[in-house]
Design a protein around this ligand. Structure first.
Ligand code: SF4
Length: 371
């Protein structure tokens, strides 16, 4: 259910956490409804703002999102958007606490909260109705259809780029096209223009010179959603793996178009969660909040497909600490590198560990071939 804080009624400038560039694909669409979207990229400044006003025990996503909200408000946002949940972890009260901190700092704004239990079709439609200043239902449905098409285009493109990064001859080419494509998806105002733009980008991706002989290692990236998806916090891990010739894969829940597919209770990810629960069950019998269960389930499920797993866990994240302690002891013996993400994590330190891990995976693969 979308709930709202007090203060003014109409949305003029909506501020949302960035999660890479993903939400930039909606800028033009919402502008047509007289709403501007503010989604500032996360930087050191964002994090230092968030850390300055956060309780010291708060986990990294709380600080990052609070810092982003302050930047949104400073850039003129009159409305903020935050996802909340009944989760077993601290996530359940973060939106409330963030709202209170911002009001104590003297900001005036409307606060839209989207409850994660509402992520099925009906919940998303209701959310769009609120974000579009109560547009008529036909408008909401057409906005939804175009938004879904844009999300699918973005996700399909990203999945393709994940495959190309490790095999492209000139590193960075696929990512340059991907960034260009985000702008094209944003500018598309109809299904036809979106299809045409995508066809063009897929053709260009296909034409990128690649090493056809090379079989890259496959590494699954699991862990807390915000650090998995926000390149500032994971130091562009997927791009760095691509430069090392490794193909990165992520869980379905990190591709937002998956939330709009039909499945149990109008949410295909409920089926996915059940599936992961089955895999995690011998080691973890209940949901521990966040993506803890998903991390364990994904490790077990992908043991035969991936060469290794990189597990990203915000420092003090309870669900991921639980997962971290279980993963080394599953009988599915696939290597796992856990990286605790916090304000102190440095790029050089992180990359050194990732390089050493990739080295280990290469030797392991050679060992398996020779055996
Ligand atoms: S999942 Fe972890 S990082 Fe996210 S709110 Fe919960 S405890 Fe914090």
């Amino acid at each position: 259910m979308v709930t709202e804080g007090r203060e003014q009624e109409r949305i003029s400038v909506l501020g949302i956490p960035s999660l890479g560039d993903r939400f930039a694909v909606f800028e033009t669409m919402v502008k047509e409804h007289n709403i501007s979207l503010v989604t500032p990229p996360v930087t050191k400044h964002t994090l230092s703002l968030g850390a300055r006003y956060s309780p010291e025990f708060a986990c990294l996503p709380f600080k990052g999102i609070l810092g982003t909200f302050i930047e949104c408000l400073e850039q003129g946002a009159d409305t903020l958007f935050m996802v909340t949940s009944f989760n077993a972890c601290r996530m359940g009260y973060y939106a409330k606490v963030q709202e209170q901190i911002l009001r104590d700092l003297g900001y005036r704004f409307k606060f839209l909260r989207f409850h994660s239990s509402e992520k099925g079709l009906i919940g998303v439609l209701r959310a769009i109705k609120r974000f579009s200043n109560n547009a008529s239902w036909p408008t909401v449905v057409s906005l939804f259809r175009l938004a879904v098409a844009k999300l699918r285009a973005l996700d399909e493109l990203e999945r393709e780029v994940q495959k190309i990064r490790p095999v492209e001859l000139e590193k960075g080419t696929a990512d340059r096209l991907y960034r260009e494509a985000i702008g094209a998806i944003d500018r598309a105002t109809s299904f036809a223009s979106l299809r045409q733009a995508m066809r063009g980008y897929f053709e260009r991706l296909e034409q990128i010179p690649k090493d056809a002989e090379y079989a890259p290692l496959k590494v699954g990236i699991v862990g807390e959603l915000y650090v998995v998806m926000e390149p500032f916090f994971n130091m562009n891990l997927e791009i760095e793996l691509g430069k090392m010739g490794v193909e990165a894969r992520r869980t379905r829940s990190t591709f937002f178009s998956e939330y709009t597919k039909w499945g149990t209770f109008l949410n295909a990810l409920n089926d996915e969660k059940k599936e992961l629960q089955k895999f995690a069950h011998p080691y973890l019998k209940r949901d521990v909040g966040g993506h803890g269960l998903e991390s364990v389930g994904e490790k077990v499920r992908r043991a035969g497909d991936y060469d290794g797993i990189i597990h990203l866990a915000p420092f003090t994240c309870m669900p991921e600490v639980i997962a971290q302690n279980i993963m080394p002891f599953t009988k599915e013996g696939i290597p796992v590198l856990t990286i605790a993400c916090d304000e102190q994590l440095g790029r050089a330190g992180m990359l050194t560990r990732v390089e050493a891990f990739v080295d280990l995976l290469e030797r392991r693969r050679i060992g398996n071939i020779l055996r």
